[in-house]
Design a protein around this ligand. Structure first.
Ligand SMILES: C[S@@+](CC[C@H](N)C(=O)[O-])C[C@H]1O[C@@H](n2cnc3c(N)ncnc32)[C@H](O)[C@@H]1O
Length: 224
């Protein structure tokens, strides 16, 4: 999955999202960035490149292989293997920005490790995201009301500052479609939705919708 994710990301298919994330993070002029569910570290590297040289980052993930890959990819990224549902082994107020891209969230712990006034940037797929793959039986459904679920779950600890939609049509050659399937949750499932090796023979897809919502949440000061 990590190889597939690396291949797809390094080919630049989600570059528009990567750029938007980087600019949003850079506008905060952060010294410390925490990426929860960092995966390959793609979005974290982009953010660091857009921020001043003195900024440092911690890439956290449940997967040791992902953390290792992210930490080895940049000398400004340290790595932490941890479960987001546990008490995170991170100091109170250690980060100016928390990045959370297609990954689970722990509102109370994010509030604790974020500095006063800090930004939580969450990216989730829109309902239309990869709908052409779903119609072809090549991807899993997206949870309905994802955005509502997200804002409700964070409301006690964070104030929603902005929501930005990003949508484009990707003209994907077959290897990119295979990588896209292999890097997502569909890769875990058998049957019509194939495993990564079964993507050999995957068709090219001319117009695949990539659609994301970026939510900027500001840490509330007056929560328990
Ligand atoms: C869809 S991937 C996104 C990775 C990366 N943010 C990106 O967009 O390339 C979700 C990531 O969340 C991580 N993850 C899943 N459950 C987790 C948990 N309980 N604690 C920490 N990380 C978790 C996975 O290992 C995976 O790397």
């Amino acid at each position: 999955m990590l190889d597939a994710r690396d291949n797809f990301q390094s080919a630049g298919w989600y570059e528009a999202l990567e750029r938007t994330v980087a600019l949003t993070v850079a506008a905060e002029h952060p010294e410390r960035i925490l990426d929860v569910g960092c995966g390959t570290g793609y979005y974290l590297r982009g953010a660091l490149a857009a921020v001043g040289d003195s900024a440092r980052a911690l890439g956290m993930d449940l997967s040791p292989a992902a953390v290792s890959r992210a930490a080895r990819s940049s000398d400004r990224i340290d790595g932490l293997v941890a479960d987001v549902w546990s008490l995170l082994p991170i100091r109170d107020g250690a980060a100016n920005v928390i990045l959370n891209v297609f990954a689970p969230r722990n509102a109370a712990e994010f509030h604790r490790v974020l500095r006063q006034g800090g930004l939580l940037l969450v990216v989730v797929p829109q309902q239309e995201h990869l709908q052409e793959l779903r119609k072809a039986g090549l991807a899993l459904d997206i949870q309905p009301d994802k955005a509502q679920h997200l804002t409700g779950g964070l409301a006690a600890h964070f104030t929603l500052e902005s929501r930005q939609g990003l949508s484009e049509q990707l003209n994907l050659p077959a290897p990119a479609v295979a990588a896209l399937i292999g890097m997502g949750p569909s890769a875990h499932h058998s049957g019509a939705v194939g495993t990564a090796p079964a993507t050999a023979g995957t068709p090219a897809l001319r117009a695949v919708t990539a659609a994301f919502d970026l939510f900027s949440f500001r840490r509330r000061d007056n929560t328990p």
